[in-house]
Design a protein around this ligand. Structure first.
Ligand code: ADP
Length: 867
């Protein structure tokens, strides 16, 4: 390495010392690190041993006998224990050997440094001594030379004074001194010469032999240290090697115990041991006592097709066919197009390919189970079988009917009492016929009814007022008494009351939602009449509070009269009046009596009092109009619901009114009422003159200052703060669903998706979700809280400050959703202040709990606004 020849200089000497020091520091570092490693190895060994002990606490039950999984697991945990021991042993070895050796090496290295330093300074001091000696000799030489020169001068002087005699004492003395000085000079000269020769030799020896030897020795020592050091590191390597034979052995044991697992044999022993005959099928038998009193109209295990059920059956069939179609599509998607229904190929006639044909009604073939088949597919097949079976029964029953009209479900409609006190407003119950009169008397009664009342189709009730022409309404006249067309009641009822149009009846609530009805009927005997649609036909329902809430469908006789169980009347008003005054229960079974008519509330407006003026918008359910209330002359906004929409949609439409009814806040659009007596049903609201905020922003916001935009955000936050305090989740907050009033006040509107709950989980499909406004947790898990509204509020702020731009412009809904999940957030709109944007970002925190609540948002905006 040239250590000896090149390393003899001062710089090399100093570098060598520094190297010693650096190595010692490295050893110190290694020592600490190895100690930490040993500690962590020991801890890991301990934790692994605990895990193994935990794993070994296996259920020792007999049922696991023969389970290869259990035994593989046992092996695995035992081997973990062995691994733990090995790791611990390695850690101990590191401690007792590697670390020990490292300590010794450090001591030796320190000693070597000391010795080297001593040796080096010895050599250095020899150099110094030599130089000093040469110096000394040189000055001695100098002195001798001086003395010689003096003596010589004196001698010459005396010699010249006595030239003749050339003698004399004085001369002799000076000659003598001169001679001595001369000798001393010569000796000093020689000594100096000799010393120089010695010094030269000595210096050469030190420089070319001693120092190199010292460095050479250092090299050897360094190499010896490095070799020991390597030994120590090798030891560390070996003690940290998890690939050693011992570890490999453990790993192999574990691996082969798991490899030995044969899934097909796993349950062999268990099955052998616990084999038992298959469970006997549960049979669901028709309880024939149920139809004993139905005079053969209803047969056990047979569908009844009559005028009461035919429409329902047809609808049910359509519903089942839709489900089957849907089911088949799902199956196809799951397993490919060539196999459908029961996993049997399409062309295989033995399969239930059309969901009905080929099904043995009594013993359907078992559904084949393939082990590789997803559970979902099996579920679909079971569901398919259920539906197919029902559909087949219905089809067969309807086929028997052919083109004929469905027979009457009631043998004698005019006389049979048809109760409808079903709680869910479903089909009428068939009452106990034993309570009816004889067949003869019923026939007589029917003839009588025909003679006094011409048939009146049910729908006419809705197209003209319930007014009996024969008995003119005249408040001036004293009330006439009226005898019912049936043999039943003889009580007198006020004609003036019965003759009023149904819409004018205070107890007629139109299509008021059922939830509202339930709310209105509080005490026993409270009643009202409302309208509902079943199987595309409108029905009138009498709702009564009697212990619970009961709903009776008003029956129509072929003559167009109205009745429950008792007498029939030409108008519903008369029927209700008679029920109330007669004290006869609506149906015998319910015992419900009518005591107090519940009038419409002030918010239940009369459709005729709403005069539609101009169309001002288009909503999801129908057009929105500017309108006038005839009663007060007030200008209002009216949302109408398209007549053709299905009943459930109409109910959803009214939901908005129901929610809004309770709220009073300057930043929430105010509800004036609903008008549900006639079609189209309407929601009447305060007219907010600026219309939709989105249109407003796009058309007029260019003139608005940032301060005004901020005030708009504050308004919206105020409205939302109010809703949050009422536990109302809006779920569709966006500029398009806010309105702008006078002085640019913003009002939250469109409560069509709102829910009054703290947390609302959507379990069904999430159709029509405003993806770009909806918080990730609502999109991903269907979980809605007010903090989801906060997310939407952030987007609303962005819309306001970007003056009506489309959020995530240029991105599809799914792309925007994906990007948001990956952390993307919209950049600040142009000119938007930093603190406003910071608030938007807080609203868009992925974790809902990190978002601010509306009261905080309001305060933040208010502070920015007032700054
Ligand atoms: P939907 O809830 O059925 O979607 P919206 O509430 O969105 O209906 O109303 C549709 C449009 O009608 C709005 O964009 C707005 O222009 C107008 N509008 C709705 N309510 C009012 C109101 N109270 N005052 C003024 N205009 C309104």
């Amino acid at each position: 390495m040239g250590y000896a020849s090149n390393g003899a200089g001062r710089a090399a000497h100093e570098a060598l010392l520094a190297r010693h020091d650096a190595e010692l520091r490295l050893m110190e570092t290694m020592k600490r690190s190895l100690q930490a490693k040993m500690k962590s190895d020991r801890e890991y060994a301990l934790a692994l041993s605990a895990a193994a002990a935990q794993g070994q606490k296996m259920d020792k039950c007999e049922e696991l006998n023969g389970s290869v999984i259990a035994s593989a697991w046992r092996t695995m945990t035992e081997e973990w224990e062995n691994t733990s021991r090995l790791i611990k042993a390695n850690a101990e070895a590191l401690d007792s050997r590697a670390l020990d050796r490292l300590n010794t090496l450090m001591t030796e290295r320190r000693k070597a440094r000391k010795v080297y330093q001593e040796d080096h300074s010895k050599i250095s001091s020899q150099f110094t001594q030599l130089s000093e000696e040469v110096q000394r000799k040189q000055s001695e030489y100098q002195k001798c030379l001086e003395s010689y020169k003096q003596m010589r001068a004196k001698f010459e002087e005396n010699y010249l004074k006595c030239p003749t005699s050339r003698g004399g004492r004085k001369l002799d003395e000076t000659r003598d001194k001169y001679g001595k000085a001369c000798r001393r000079l010569h000796r000093a000269h020689n000594e100096y010469v000799l010393l120089l020769a010695e010094a030269t030799e000595c210096e050469r020896a030190l420089r070319t032999a001693s120092l190199p030897a010292l460095f050479d020795q250092q090299r050897r020592l360094g190499e010896a240290t490095a070799s020991s050091w390597k030994g120590i590191l090798m030891e560390v390597v070996q003690r940290s090697d998890f690939g050693t034979e011992k570890f490999k052995e453990i790993q192999n044991k574990i691996e082969s115990s798991v490899q030995n697992l044969r899934p097909q044999e796993e349950y062999k022993e268990f099955i052998e041991k616990y084999r038992s005959p298959p469970s006997t099928p549960i049979s669901f038998n028709f309880d024939e006592s149920l139809v004993e009193d139905t005079s053969g109209k209803l047969q056990p295990n047979q569908l009844t097709v009559d005028n009461l059920t035919v429409e329902w059956l047809k609808e049910k069939l359509t519903e089942l066919e839709t489900i089957l179609q849907d089911n088949r599509e799902k199956q196809t998607a799951l397993q490919g197009p060539e196999i459908i229904g029961n996993g049997v190929c399409k062309n295989n006639n033995t399969g239930m390919t059309n969901g009905v044909n080929g099904v043995d009604r009594h013993s359907p073939p078992p559904i084949p189970v393939t082990t590789a088949e997803p559970v979902k597919l099996l579920e679909l097949r079971v569901s398919e079988r259920k539906c197919a079976r029902q559909a087949e029964m219905i089809r067969a029953a309807l086929a028997e009917l052919g083109c004929e009209e469905a027979p009457s479900g009631c043998p004698d409609l005019s006389a049979e009492v048809v109760g409808v006190d079903s709680l869910d407003g479903s089909s009428p119950d068939h009452q106990d016929r034993s309570s009816l009169g004889s067949k003869a008397s019923m026939d007589a009664l029917r003839l009588h009814l025909h003679s006094i009342m011409p048939p009146k189709p049910f729908f006419r009730m809705f197209t003209r007022p319930f007014r009996r022409k024969s008995v003119p309404s005249s408040p001036a006249l004293p009330p006439k008494t009226y005898r019912s067309s049936s043999e039943g009641p003889s009580d007198s009822v006020s004609v003036s009351e019965t003759e009023r149009s149904l819409v004018d009846q205070e107890w007629f609530h139109g299509v008021l939602p059922r939830e509202e009805v339930v709310r209105l009927l509080r005490a026993d005997g409270d009643y009202l009449v409302r309208e509902t649609t079943r199987n595309h036909a409108r029905q009138l329902v009498l709702s009564v509070c009697w212990g619970q809430h009961k709903h009776f469908i008003v029956q129509t006789t072929p003559e167009g009269h109205y009745r429950f169980e008792g007498a029939a009347f030409p108008s519903v008003g008369e029927l209700i009046a008679w029920q109330r005054t007669s004290g006869v229960p609506v149906t015998a079974r319910s015992g419900a009596l009518l005591r107090r008519a519940v009038p419409r509330e002030t918010w239940e407006l009369n459709n005729d009092h709403v005069q539609l003026l101009d169309k001002i918008g288009r909503g999801n359910f129908g057009d929105v109009y500017k309108a006038r209330l005839k009663t007060t002359g007030q200008e209002v906004a009216v949302k109408t619901c398209r007549v053709a929409l299905p009943e459930d949609q109409k109910r959803t439409f009214l939901q908005e009114g129901r929610i809004l009814k309770q709220y009073q806040h300057p930043n929430i659009v105010r509800l004036i009422g609903i008008a549900v007596q006639k079609q189209p049903i309407m929601i009447v609201m305060e007219l907010v003159p600026g219309g939709s905020l989105l249109t407003f922003l796009r058309t007029r916001a260019s003139n608005l200052s940032s301060r005004t935009l901020l005030a708009m955000c504050r308004d919206a936050a105020g409205g939302m703060r109010y809703l949050e305090s009422k536990n109302c989740i809006h779920r569709d907050l966006a500029a398009r669903n806010c309105l702008v009033g006078d002085d640019n006040i913003v009002k939250i509107s469109d409560f069509g998706m709102s829910r009054e709950e703290e947390e609302y989980i959507v379990s069904g499909g999430m159709k029509q979700i405003p993806i770009k406004w909806t918080a990730p947790e609502a999109l991903n898990f269907g979980k809605y809280t007010s903090l989801c509204d906060v997310w939407s509020y952030g987007v609303l702020m962005w819309e306001i400050f970007s003056k009506g731009d489309t959020p995530y412009a240029g991105m599809s809904n799914s792309r925007a959703r994906e990007k948001i999940d990956n952390g993307y957030r919209m950049p600040a709109p142009e000119g938007c202040a930093e603190d406003v944007y910071a608030l938007m970002l807080r609203c868009w925190e992925y974790e809902p709990d990190k978002r601010p609540h509306f009261h905080q948002i309001y305060t933040i905006i208010d502070n920015i606004y007032n700054r």
